[in-house]
Design a protein. Structure first.
Length: 66
């Protein structure tokens, strides 16, 4: 039998796949990465404030002893 490959269906399927992948990326992946990086920045700031408090504590100890 003669079998015909319909190129239009293949191209349409590829386009549908690419559109679906783009939607999934921009709706789920990109916002999650942004939230993750924002959370990491907040965590870094907390660590630096803890370091500052420890430094202040040490300075106050030195002042009392000196």
């Amino acid at each position: 039998g003669d079998q015909v490959i319909n190129i239009g269906l293949i191209v349409g399927g590829i386009i549908t796949f690419l559109i679906t992948a783009a939607v999934v990326y921009f709706v789920f992946v990109a916002p999650m990465n942004a939230a993750k990086s924002r959370f990491a920045k907040e965590k870094e700031e907390d660590a630096t404030s803890e370091e500052l408090l420890a430094e202040i504590r040490d300075l106050l100890k030195d002042q009392k002893q000196g």
